[in-house]
Design a binder for this molecule. Structure first.
Ligand code: ZN
Length: 215
């Protein structure tokens, strides 16, 4: 089973991918991570990528394809794969077909965690954590029981991530839409796209994804 998991930042994609890894033994292939690993391991393709990046240029599709091919070759054939952050263009989607075909694999599902942008903004902008123990809170959904005091450790200091603001969230959403827009129609034409409500409870999202994969 090979899938592409799509979703904007904050939609819970990381959590869902991790659950698929834990519960189904799938392997998450994130192009960013693979690229860094290949550069670090100084594989032939990693060295190529390193040279390109050192020259301040963007890594070509050819290099990315090579890295994905190498990563697949290093896996047991029965290991299912979650593609994360790839493909992002029509050309990459077609490359992925070639890469998979060459290895007797195919793409079974494209799952998109669908979010309501305004609700996502509310979810992200309202969150804060205890500065001491890291316990998570939310302005609307989970206030400390005693105002200004952490339920867990009693600390009175809290922090917010500077990028948890409305402008950043909306910019990230726009970037995400721009990146997925070119590839979704390709997979829609094949009838393998499923949209899952990413605003639902995490367990509900997991159960829905499981249903799709088992169908
Ligand atoms: Zn605390």
């Amino acid at each position: 089973m090979n899938i592409i998991l799509l979703g904007p930042p904050g939609a819970g994609k990381g959590t869902q991918a991790q659950r698929l890894v834990d519960e189904r033994g799938m392997v998450q292939l994130s192009t960013g991570d693979m690229l860094r690993a290949a550069v670090k391991a100084e594989t032939p393709i990693g060295l190529k990528a390193k040279a390109v990046m050192a020259a301040g240029e963007l890594v070509s599709d050819e290099i990315v394809s090579g890295i994905i091919g190498d990563a697949l070759d290093a896996l047991p054939t029965e290991a299912g794969v979650i593609f994360d952050g790839y493909p992002r263009t029509e050309a990459q989607a077609l490359s992925l077909d070639t890469i998979l075909n060459a290895r007797g694999r195919k793409l079974h599902h494209v799952i998109e965690l669908d979010v309501d942008e305004d609700a996502l903004v509310e979810r992200i902008v309202g969150r804060f954590t205890c500065a001491k123990c890291g316990e998570g809170y939310h302005d609307r959904f989970k206030q400390p029981k005693v105002a200004g005091t952490c339920d867990k450790c009693g600390s009175t200091e809290f922090k917010r991530r500077p990028d948890d603001n409305e402008d950043t969230v909306r910019t990230r959403m726009a970037e995400y839409r721009a990146k997925t827009a070119p590839i979704l129609p390709i997979y829609e034409a094949r009838g393998i796209v499923t949209r899952v409500d990413g605003m639902a409870d995490m367990d509900v999202v997991s159960a829905t994804i499981a249903k799709v994969l088992d169908s």
